[in-house]
Design a protein around this ligand. Structure first.
Ligand SMILES: [Mn+2]
Length: 420
């Protein structure tokens, strides 16, 4: 297997160096992958300098690479594979345009795996370093990239089996009952999330003390709470199975991996990657800061969701809304498409600065026929923009003023795919 062979060579290369530059993606998977590697370097007496990237700019990366003796890229790098040479390790799971033996290119696609599902950046980082204490962060990367949805496959499944880890459906909320509902966006409970007085009123009706921890509720209290929240989802969501969203897959390692993923995600989306990194490297006090960031970010998402529900525009095969920033636009599109909006239509979040940025999400109803990444690419190129991505999650950037025509084009292309 190419991956295993090159991982071994990568460990040998790390043994040789003293000083490493880690370049990693800004999101949960990127933070976890980069953090797992940084932890390994420190443990082995090496120094590192880590940088987080939202966009992989070829010139910027090659400037850095030229200055450094040893470079490790995680959750990114395969797209630049042709241009790299030297003491470089690339651990990426995005589909590579090719291979390059002038560096150590480690990508599950090279062994015939599907990088969208079978392994993510943190999977590869864990396989490189094999440090048991980093298992929660391997898992958070998998959850962050939503690779566990639909069941584990490929290298993820192999590691789960090897480490005797179990994916189980659990109640999604944790900790203080009021706060748990107050900041919940996955799922989002319309009329409760973000509204403390309404939550307290509901809890009073159910005779549940608002200061209690969910873990300490009696079976009867928990059952009442779960049915009330389920009912909220059934009433407010357009997704037929919404009532079941109060349970979701999790791994219980003393703490909930789903919750850990939310904490790291909030650091990522508020551009506080270093806080999550500090936590991965063992600074327990960083958890409190992540908690604050989670509340801050969730509060913004919840405000955005209420606005989205009031200002949603519908076309035949898509629904769209405007958001205040680009992180928010993608979070809102994700939450809207997974938990709230019409699952028979694509969901598009639009953010405008000097260009128009679109985050597009499909659904399980659309995916068999509609490849949003291809549609974004085709429609954007027609209006002088760029687009692409996965079948279910994609994006595009187009010039200002073309958005109306662009949306019409996307609507037509989705319709065409559906009728095939
Ligand atoms: Mn990733």
């Amino acid at each position: 297997m190419i991956v295993e062979e090159r991982l071994k060579k990568a460990r040998e290369l790390i043994d040789k160096g003293d000083d490493f530059r880690i370049l990693t993606h800004y999101d949960v998977d990127g933070i976890c992958a980069g953090g797992i590697i940084a932890h390994y370097l420190l443990k082995n007496g090496k120094r590192f300098h880590i940088s987080f990237f939202r966009n992989v700019d070829k010139e910027e990366i090659s400037d850095i690479v030229n200055e450094e003796d040893y470079v490790i890229m995680s959750d990114m790098g395969s797209s630049l594979i042709d241009s790299l040479e030297g003491n470089i390790i690339v651990l990426d799971h995005h589909k590579p345009p090719g291979d390059n033996d002038k560096i150590l290119h480690i990508n599950p696609h090279l062994d015939g795996y599907n990088g969208a599902h079978d392994a993510c950046g943190s999977t590869l980082a864990y396989m490189l370093t094999r440090e048991k204490e980093m298992i929660p962060f391997f898992l958070a990367g998998v959850f962050g990239d939503k690779q566990h949805i639909g069941g584990l496959t490929g290298l993820n499944k192999e590691l789960f089996d090897e480490l005797s880890l179990k994916l189980k459906k659990e109640f999604v909320l944790h900790g203080n009952v009021v706060n748990a509902i107050l900041y919940s966006t996955e799922p989002f409970f319309p009329g409760l999330s973000g509204k403390q007085d309404d939550i307290e009123r509901m809890l009073k009706d159910l005779s549940i003390s608002p200061t209690k921890d969910i873990e300490k509720l009696s079976d009867e209290e928990k059952t009442k709470l779960i049915s009330m929240l389920s009912l909220n989802l059934i009433k407010n969501s357009r997704i037929p199975e919404a009532g079941r969203f109060v349970f979701d897959f999790d791994v219980d390692l003393g703490t909930s991996i789903r919750y850990l993923t939310e904490l790291i995600d909030s650091s990522a989306r508020t551009d506080n990657q270093s806080v999550a990194l500090a936590y991965i490297l063992g600074d327990e006090s960083a958890k409190e800061r992540m908690e604050i960031l989670r509340r801050e970010y969730k509060g913004r998402v919840i405000d955005g969701l209420y606005k989205m529900m009031e200002n949603l525009f519908e076309m035949e095969h898509l629904q769209y809304f405007f958001a205040d920033d680009s992180y928010l636009s993608s979070s809102l599109a994700t939450v809207g498409s997974l938990y709230l909006l019409n699952p028979r239509k694509a969901t598009l979040g639009i953010f405008v600065d000097d260009m128009v940025h679109i985050s597009a999400r499909g659904s399980k109803y659309l995916v068999p026929k509609v490849h949003l990444g291809d549609i974004m690419r085709e429609a954007a190129s027609k209006f002088g923009g760029n687009g692409g991505g996965h079948d279910i999650a994609a994006g595009a950037t187009i010039p200002k003023g073309t958005e109306e025509e662009f949306l019409k084009e996307v609507d037509i292309l989705i319709g065409k795919s559906l009728s095939q």
